[in-house]
Ligand binder design. Structure first.
Ligand code: PRP
Length: 211
């Protein structure tokens, strides 16, 4: 069989992806979570796993450096979706993409300043609302931005809401429901159809069995 490279998102998503892969019969030959390596062989000689930052997963898959990927829908929305299909919702790492601002703060009149790592998604969202907005790109700790007057609002993922609450913020508008998705490079889907379909079917069975 042709070699299939699967790009995984490290961190929280990885913790939930590995049991799904295991149940689908794909197991790394060593403990990924205890290794500094980035590329791992599996029990299936033709499947190898890449461990990446989530934001890089769609890029690897878009350009065919990886055939298959697992990434959060938030990351995929921000990337834009070029070059890959999104055939399966894995139903893991579920959360919401929300706007948030200082708890109790009155709504901003006129032009609003928004800090986020999701600049593309945020731009589309505020444009849909017809709001004039300016965007500040951040790479983390977005919760600080409204508190330190860097921005009026943030756009970020909310799971339990604890991070917002711990920083005196509250969620405002719901932008999208998020979960991790399986993505497949469009060309690989044709050229490696059998191998990829095999992986897809196995994962789909696991996901459907969990519902
Ligand atoms: C995300 C997000 C929030 C937090 C929300 O960060 O940016 O900070 O989780 O979760 P909660 O509603 O349960 O408190 P994550 O831990 O994924 O790290 P990141 O900042 O690297 O994205």
């Amino acid at each position: 069989m042709t070699q299939i490279t699967v790009a995984l998102t490290k961190g929280r998503i990885l913790q939930e992806t590995l049991p799904l892969l295991q149940a689908a019969g794909i197991a790394p030959l060593e403990d990924i979570t205890r290794s500094r390596k980035l590329l791992f062989a599996t029990n299936q000689a033709h499947i190898r796993l890449l461990i990446l930052r989530g934001v890089d997963v769609p890029t690897y898959v878009q350009f065919g450096a990886a055939d298959v990927g697992v990434a959060g829908k938030d990351t995929l929305l921000e990337h834009g979706g070029d070059g890959y299909y999104e055939p399966l919702d894995l139903g893991i790492a579920a959360c919401r993409l929300m706007t948030a601002s200082v708890a109790g703060a009155p709504p901003v009149e006129g032009r609003i300043i928004v800090a986020t790592k999701y600049v593309n998604v945020a731009r589309q969202f505020y444009a849909r609302l017809g709001r004039q907005a300016e965007f500040i790109k951040l790479y983390g700790a977005m919760e600080l931005a409204p508190i330190l007057n860097l921005a009026d609002e943030i756009v970020d993922i909310v799971d339990t809401g604890k991070t917002l609450a711990a920083n005196g913020l509250e969620a405002r508008d719901h932008i999208a429901d998020i979960s991790s998705r399986l993505i497949v490079n469009k060309i690989a889907m044709k050229t490696n159809y059998v191998s990829i379909q095999h992986i897809l079917d196995a994962l789909r069975k696991v996901v459907e069995g969990k519902q």
